[in-house]
Design a binder for this molecule. Structure first.
Ligand code: DX5
Ligand code: ZN
Length: 220
């Protein structure tokens, strides 16, 4: 899965929901590599967002793959539903999975990219026994649930750990960082080994998505 290309994944949590179709088409045209979709259930995190019906519609208009981040309890019960809705990447939280190995295998058996997310206080060693099967590790750099929060600096050490683990074992997973990513930290993150940059407010608050994504790419 590891590619030399760095990917930008706009998080539509910060998009204008009254014009969601336009927003998605515009970020795709501006050069987004993935559309990041935050699914929240009001239990694992204190917020509610998109469900499978909306994702099914997004799938019809997105020209890039869908990166579906499940911030929900019992994600195993929902993997088939989100696969059917059109997810290309499915991320489950390690904290929400009692049977993480089974969840990862389930996603892979559906032919999708299997990804595991780690909250800021979760030690990255929790992925060790599934690491060889993972397509991506999502490092939460804010506490999940809301856009527009500040990047938590201590997460840099976790990215280093995951990059070293990958190098030492020739694992293929991508490292994705999610939360507080912006033009001020993207260069540092890229050097630490991040491959996929999720950015919500830093993209959608700008007028010109094309210019913003171009700027990000020049810093990566
Ligand atoms: C937060 C979500 C993020 C969020 C990031 O729980 O997982 O994807 O949209 O938003 P920003 O980039 O504004 O921190
Ligand atoms: Zn997310």
């Amino acid at each position: 899965m590891k590619t030399d290309r760095k990917l930008i994944a706009p998080s539509i949590l910060s998009a204008d929901f009254l014009h969601l179709e336009e927003e998605i088409v515009n970020v795709c045209t501006a050069g987004a590599d993935l559309i990041h979709i935050d699914v929240m259930d009001g239990h694992f995190v204190k917020n509610l967002t998109f469900g499978p019906f909306i994702i099914k519609q997004i799938k019809k208009i997105s020209s890039v793959e869908l990166d579906v981040h499940l911030m929900i309890e019992k994600p195993d019960d929902w993997i088939d539903v989100y696969a059917d809705a059109g997810a290309d990447y499915i991320t489950v939280h390690s904290e929400a999975c009692i049977h993480l190995h089974r969840a990862v295998q389930h996603i892979k058996q559906l032919g999708l990219k299997a990804c595991v997310s780690l909250n800021p206080a979760t030690h990255p060693s929790v992925i060790e026994y599934v690491a060889k099967d993972l397509d991506m590790v999502l490092v939460m750099s804010v506490n999940p649930g809301f856009g527009g929060q500040q990047y938590i600096d201590s997460v840099n050490n976790k990215i280093r750990y995951l990059n070293d683990l990958r190098k030492q074992n020739l694992y293929k997973y991508l490292i994705e960082v999610d939360g507080g990513v912006n033009a001020d930290n993207i260069k540092t993150l890229s050097k630490l080994g991040v491959d996929v940059f999720v950015a919500g407010s830093a993209i959608f608050k700008e007028k010109d998505y094309n210019e913003t994504i171009k700027r990000f790419r020049s810093l990566m």
